[in-house]
Design a protein around this ligand. Structure first.
Ligand SMILES: [Fe+2]
Length: 380
């Protein structure tokens, strides 16, 4: 067995760590603050962060959309060129768009030059402007890893950008910042983290420390999601989910995501209105139904965490979890047409070959179609 293990992002965690922002930005003069559409504006968070940024010349880009388009990333990069550093305040879409914009601003070219389509990208990420991540949701893991995912509405694709320059310089993980997140969004984030855990754990080759991170992630999600959902302002539950997000992020940084993510990216490439975790919650039970019987030992620890009698019950447990929190359980309810399933299967295979190579058992177009048909009907 061979592996390397590291966590290069300076990770500051706890209530009030947001206040460390000015200190971390001391070396810089001009800062671009990037935020999403709603969350920052609706709460007083944006004003609080702007206040913290008073010592700096601050530029502001608001309105990053879910599944951000390459044109939007280009627009952020244009602003970023006027700055020395970026602060990404938001969920996965905001952080990912800002990470790619920081790369394009420093390195030149277009955002789409850096996406990995199949095994390669047109350009390798060389360097990026420094970026601080302030997650306002818990789940994506982008705050601690070297991955970002962007979309091209024109090309109907959603693809990853990965590389060393995409590591944030630091992450300020403050549970207070996530306390205004509505229950549905909270459950979506938690589900995403849980899928990061189960997919990375099952992937080949083995990597004990990253697998430990994956299990810690799942343990934290299962423990804290019920309370975070019912009592949104309970900070200890928020803290648990925020930490789960980082553990999931570290796990996928070392072992990658799996087939549910490959299919989800193909799906929201085709339909950008589908939120990442909504796609995952509709797809994951069917993906697990395929893999669990073929490699039960790769899923046993999760069955135990769920308190199940046997590992075969795991797909149904994921399905049940989605149902309990009102998340989608079928592709049909997401507006996907049955005639699109073949397109999704083929796009996943060509766009994300790595996920299939790492999968715990072989899977081809035929098996993917069976998985997608089950997910379409909403059968675990
Ligand atoms: Fe994800």
């Amino acid at each position: 067995m061979r592996f390397a293990y590291r966590k290069p992002v300076r990770y500051l965690f706890g209530e009030g760590v947001l206040n460390e922002l000015p200190k971390l930005l001391t070396p810089y003069r001009k800062v671009l603050l990037v935020t999403g559409r709603k969350s920052a504006k609706e709460s007083s968070l944006l004003n609080r962060v702007l206040n913290l940024l008073k010592p700096f010349e601050t530029l502001l880009f608001t309105g990053v959309s879910p599944n951000p388009d390459e044109e939007q990333v280009k627009a952020i990069a244009r602003e970023a060129r006027k700055a020395d550093a970026l602060v990404a305040l938001g969920g996965g879409s905001t952080m990912d768009a800002a990470k790619v914009a920081a790369l394009v601003a420093a390195e030149g070219g277009e955002p789409w030059d850096y996406v990995r389509e199949g095994l390669k990208s047109k350009r390798e990420p060389g360097r990026a402007l420094p970026l601080l991540a302030v997650p306002t949701t818990a789940g994506t893991g982008s705050e601690v890893n070297r991955h970002a995912v962007i979309s091209s509405y024109r090309r109907k694709k959603k693809l990853p950008v990965s590389g060393e320059p995409l590591y944030p310089q630091a992450c300020l993980a403050d549970p207070e910042v996530t306390a205004t997140l509505p229950p549905y969004q909270t459950a979506l984030g938690a589900y995403d983290a849980l899928v990061h855990a189960v997919e990375s754990y099952a992937n080949e080759p083995p990597h004990p420390p990253a697998e430990r991170d994956a299990l810690t992630c799942a343990e934290l999600v299962l423990k804290h999601l019920p309370r975070a959902y019912e009592k949104p302002d309970e900070l200890s539950a928020r803290a648990g989910l925020l930490l789960a997000s980082a553990y999931g992020g570290w796990a996928i940084d070392h072992k990658g995501v799996g087939v549910a993510h490959a299919l989800e990216h193909a799906l929201s490439g085709l339909r950008p209105e589908v939120a990442h975790a909504e796609g995952l919650s509709a797809l994951t039970p069917a993906v697990l139904s395929h893999f669990v019987p073929l490699a039960p030992e790769r899923y046993g620890p999760f069955a135990r965490l769920f308190g199940l009698g046997s590992v075969e019950e795991l797909p149904r447990a994921f399905y049940g979890l989605a149902r309990r929190y009102g998340l989608p359980v079928s592709l049909k309810e997401l507006g996907v047409k049955e005639s699109e399933l073949g397109l999704i299967a083929r796009a996943a295979l060509t766009d994300a070959p790595r996920a299939f190579k790492k999968a715990p058992a072989p899977v081809g177009e035929k098996e993917l179609l069976t998985i997608l048909k089950r997910a379409f009907r909403g059968e675990p």
